[in-house]
Structure formats: C-alpha cells, structure tokens
Design a protein around this ligand. Sequence first.
Ligand code: DX5
Ligand code: ZN
Length: 220
Amino acid sequence: MKNTLIAPSVLAADFANLQRDIEMINNSEADWFHIDIMDGVFVPNISFGMPVLEAITKHTKKTVDVHLMIVDPDRYIKTFAALGANILSVHYEACPHLHRTIQGIKAEGMKAGVVLNPHTSVDLLEDVINDIDLVCIMSVNPGFGGQSFIENTYAKVEKLKAMILRKNASTIIEIDGGVTDKNAAQLVTAGADVLVAGNYVFRAENPTETIAHLKKISRF
Ligand code: DX5
Ligand code: ZN
C-alpha cells in the first residue's frame, strides 16, 4: 500500500492565528508543512520571510518543506538550513547552475528539491534526476494559492515517473497547486508521492478532517 504524504500549505493559513493553525497541522494526519517563500521578482507576489519561517519552525513537529519562489536562491541556502528547513526546493527556471545548487543544498544537510513551472518539460531533468531528492510539479502558475488545477499535470507526472524508474533514481514526486479530493487519487495513480494542499485544507469547515480525508483517498 502506498503511503502518500500530505503537505498543507501554510500560505493559506490565518496569519493572525498562526500558532492555532500550526497546532492543527501538528495534531492532524498531515506529514509535512509546505512553506512558500515568494520574493515579488520571480513571482508576482510576496509572501513572508525569515522571521515568520523561524516562528513556524519553532512550533512544528513535522518535516519542514520549503518551496523557494525567488531569484538567485543560492544566496540563502545556508540561512534556510539554519532556520530548520528539512527539504529545500528551488525552481528550475531560477537556477542557471542547477547541479551546483542541488549540491549546495545537500551540503547543508537538507534534501534537495527542484520545482517545475507548468510550461517546463520534465525532460529537462534527465541529466540531473539521480541527484534530486524531490521534484515538485507545479499544477498552477506559482505565486498564489486558490487557483485551479492544470489538467496537463497528470501527463507530466506519468512522464517523470517513467524517467525516475528508467534511471533507477529514488526521487519522489510532489504536486503543488489546486489539489483537492477531485484530483488526488488520479495524481497518485499517475505517480505522485506528496500532495500539497492550501485552500482545500484551510478553507474547509473542518481542516483536520479534510487532511484525514485527503490522506485516506490517496492511500491505495
Ligand atoms: C503557489 C504555492 C502553493 C499554494 C498552493 O505558488 O506554491 O504551495 O500555496 O495553494 P492551493 O492548494 O490553494 O493551490
Ligand atoms: Zn508551494
């Protein structure tokens, strides 16, 4: 049986009640905390920075999965390691020397992730897949929560899964953007290992039960 991991996206939390929302995730069936860092340059939005991340990691009991939507992420690898990131993911589109960036992340003791925008082909990872711990496929254009899921994602996941098997890599596949109970099972069937969910969890009447529901329908 496949244990699909669920990663609620803190971007959709209530920042005036952040500790309450963190405790909710801590006490739920969620596996990871997904944390979106946006710089207003790589994406047309600014989320939050180091002081907020520090406050979050202080209270988390789960794996901290940081998604950097910033230009020149190499500058901050050490900082994110010090702040408690367990997985650090950078965008393919923001890294001209991706191989070096991946090695830099691992050298700081973190797992290295690479994120692909919807228009970026998974084929571009062919020569580096064995070095990557996690590939995150964006199923919306990065920058905002609450957008609708791009259907082409299923085909990308299948193609990436086939590449991982062919290359005998141990890379896991994460999906980020517009994940709900409508697409979760099909994503897992296609090869997804981790599902990020922001609005679907935090806008629900009962977020804890919604996380449990997502976990249940993604486990088969
Ligand atoms: C979008 C972020 C996502 C976002 C997901 O740029 O990377 O992690 O928070 O939110 P939903 O699940 O609402 O699309
Ligand atoms: Zn994200």
